[in-house]
Design a protein around this ligand. Structure first.
Ligand SMILES: Nc1ncnc2c1ncn2[C@@H]1O[C@H](COP(=O)(O)OP(=O)(O)OP(=O)(O)O)[C@@H](O)[C@H]1O
Ligand SMILES: [Mg+2]
Length: 556
């Protein structure tokens, strides 16, 4: 081989004009087709779960928004080697004709991105991306059935995505007989592997049911098994109130964009109407602390970059009340405890829900429930097992009631778990790792906008405000846990001492009997006297011996 071939051909010199001919628009579908790992389609074992998750999250969101108790059916059918047909059906409000094709056949089209209210979906990507992945791996289009009321027939649409232009390509459309009053059914085929156990559809649905006790889900798995996740409460969670950005932490670019787009004529009315928790007085106070260029009657469209920076600083320092607690809806302490008790067999449970806080102008709330100590029941199949003394704690992560099953290490929740010093609470913890011991921690972050680390929405970005709140919640339960662990250790020490008394006193008495030539009755009396003296020196009444040992035997 010549030296020239080894080094590769020399680069030709190209001018800017020639280079410019290479640049062209990239459709968002083309982008995500190439970068499907960003959407969660990076492994066959994950693809089915990701697709089911997108459809299920949408179904629950739609039902809740329409004020309907969600009842879902998920069907997964094996179609061929490594090919599955997924169908997800809901009893939601249905979708109006003019929206159907765009929702399923166009990436970045949705109703939640701009709304600033808490929901499972936020990006307008999930369901069309699932269909696109199916189309890519099997060549098959999506089929959608939807019905909005009994007064109108159901609609059927078969469509695929024209990825070069990111627009729907409808193959078939029309009215169809469908014996439901309202709802939507999404069907598509995709390549994947159906797995059980960890990271399975079943795990995701079980944990979804755990965080959403008002939802009923039926699953038909590829082997025809029917699994029902029943509804536990018949009440919908309260509807989160849509919220304008909170003045604390709002970013410069966002404020600039809002000022540019506002229909308000004065800065004072802009502040009052487009930010939350700002009334006339706060607006006046804020504008009193900015430079003289910014006045209540200034035109919000005429601000320079420096003015916006000035305004941002004044907003950050303003005394503004915390975000409206109704803008984010936690699961709630008692519902969380009930849910965790159903999921984990443990000795002690603790829970806490923090008050709403703000990151980047978005309200969020953190809540946690913690289960500790192996329970006394038999481990139930398909539930979260309690680890042993040397195993790392199990962490169940949720964002807006959606279980997060992947990318744990990059998630704010895991980071907070690792950064809390659990040794202060009586657990052992290798440095930079999760605590060890029989511990299951459920962490839920609810927000009007969850900052996910990627479009697949698998992990929460570790913003310092979010990390701080999670750590405070963990520490709160940690302190309760510490008291419980200390009590358990004291109890164990007492039992060990009582066992020692029970084990050695009869031997001492026998030795005394031989040495002092005691009768059996005298020996027994000596045993009783010795035990009474030993217990009295430990500050225990004599009957404590029997009751504690008795209890211990019962445990054994
Ligand atoms: N089952 C359904 N019933 C009614 N409307 C639906 C249903 N599924 C989807 N939609 C509508 O379609 C839109 C797009 O759904 P998609 O999953 O693509 O995005 P999203 O849920 O808004 O955000 P994300 O990408 O985070 O999931 C939703 O915003 C919702 O308005
Ligand atoms: Mg969605």
């Amino acid at each position: 081989m010549s030296l020239r071939a080894k080094r590769g051909s020399p680069r030709p010199r190209l001018g800017a004009e020639e280079l410019a001919t290479r640049a062209r628009n990239i459709s968002v579908s083309e982008f995500f087709l190439e970068n499907r790992h960003l959407l969660g389609y990076d492994a066959p074992g994950k693809a089915i779960l990701t697709a089911v998750k997108e459809a299920v999250d949408n179904a629950i969101d739609a039902c809740e928004e329409a004020g309907l108790l969600p009842a879902l059916r998920v069907e997964i059918e094996r179609r061929g080697d490594g090919v599955f047909r997924i169908a997800v059906e809901d009893n939601g409000p249905g979708i109006v004709d003019r929206q159907i094709a765009k929702i399923f056949g166009k990436l970045l089209y949705g109703s939640k991105f701009h709304k600033l209210g808490q929901s499972r979906g936020q990006q307008g990507l999930g369901i069309s991306a699932a269909g696109m992945y199916g189309q890519l791996t099997t060549g098959q289009p999506m089929r959608i059935l939807t019905r909005t009321s009994t007064r109108r027939p159901a609609r059927e649409l078969v469509l695929s995505i024209d990825t070069a232009h990111n627009r729907p390509k409808v193959h078939r459309e029309g009215a169809i007989d469908w014996a439901i009053k309202h709802g939507t059914r999404v069907e598509f085929e995709l390549e994947g592997r159906y797995q059980r156990g960890q990271h399975s559809v079943e795990e995701y649905l079980r944990l979804t049911a755990l965080a959403n006790p008002h939802v009923r889900i039926e699953l038909e798995d590829p082997d025809g098994n029917q699994i029902v996740y029943p509804r536990v409460v018949r009440k919908l969670p309260p509807a989160p109130r849509a919220m304008k950005p909170h003045p604390h932490g709002i970013e410069l670019g966002r404020l600039q964009a809002m000022l540019g787009a506002t229909t308000r004529r004065t800065l004072a009315t802009f502040l009052q109407h487009q930010l939350s928790r700002v009334g006339a007085k706060t607006a006046a106070d804020v504008l009193a602390t900015t430079g003289p260029r910014l006045r209540p009657e200034s035109d919000p469209h005429a601000l320079t970059a420096r003015d916006v920076a000035d305004l941002l600083r004044a907003l950050g320092q303003a005394h503004v009340s915390a975000p409206d607690p109704q803008s984010v809806v936690p699961i709630g302490q008692s519902a969380l405890l009930r849910a965790l008790r159903r999921e984990v067999d443990a000795q002690a449970f603790f829970a806490t829900t923090r008050r709403p806080a703000v990151y980047r102008g978005n309200p969020f709330v953190v809540e946690i429930a913690l289960a500790w100590g192996p329970g006394r029941g038999r481990p139930r199949a398909g539930r979260t097992p309690m680890g042993g003394a040397d195993s790392p704690a199990t962490v169940l992560r949720f964002a807006n009631r959606v279980p997060l099953l992947f990318s744990a290490s990059g998630c704010a929740i895991t980071k907070a778990m690792v950064e809390v010093d659990w040794r202060t609470y009586g657990l052992s913890q290798p440095s930079g790792a999760l605590p060890l011991g029989p511990l299951v921690v459920l962490v839920h972050v609810a927000s009007s906008w969850v900052p996910f680390t990627s479009e697949s929405k698998e992990a929460i970005a570790p913003y310092s405000e979010i990390l701080h709140e999670i750590k405070l919640a963990l520490q709160h339960c940690g302190r309760q846990l510490a008291a419980r662990i200390a009590a358990a250790k004291r109890r164990q020490r007492d039992l060990d001492q009582l066992h020692a008394i029970e084990r050695y006193v009869p031997h001492v008495a026998l030795a005394l009997q031989q040495l002092l030539d005691l009768s059996d009755a005298e020996r027994d009396r000596t045993v009783a006297d010795l035990e009474t003296i030993l217990l009295a020196t430990r500050g225990e009444p004599a009957h404590a011996h029997d009751s504690m040992l008795g209890e211990n035997r019962a445990h054994a």
